[in-house]
Design a protein around this ligand. Sequence first.
Ligand SMILES: [Zn+2]
Length: 176
Amino acid sequence: MQAQRPIELFQFCPQCGAPNLHCEPQENNSRCLVCGFLYFFNPAVGNGNILINEAGEILLLRRAKEPSAGCWDTPGGFIEAGETPEQGAQREIFEETGLSVTQLEYFVALPNVYEYTGVRYDLIDIFFVGHIVGEPQIRLQESEVTEYQFFEPKDIDLPGIGFDSVRRALALYISR
Ligand SMILES: [Zn+2]
């Protein structure tokens, strides 16, 4: 079954339970025609992180879970409510790799689609570039990542990257 956006999946008003949620074509909100409840469906925010070692190689992680299980990806994830994008990026990097990267430089932000358990989430992924100082002591989060590797930029197989936004960000970085 093709994944659907939340705006397509929600059929009952979460406030009064009426089956009267109404959405104008091309609009990003649903309104309940009974109680007036109004909800906006906007993109969530993620982060991706291009981490460079002292040899100029880029760290990629192989995903353990869907979506895109088995594909290479940059460290990253969703930004949580209340976090700055940098805090969310540092948290995700630390959770997935055990690395503390204190200096992250904004690189680019790109739209992405994340499909999970039949739901299609629209995202904006914010990409940062960070540098790993010294010999990296990597401790993988085994529930999320099966292996890591440092790649010379020219050796990265872009079609094998699991997400469109990550593929585009890496292509932009490599072509600089
Ligand atoms: Zn209602």
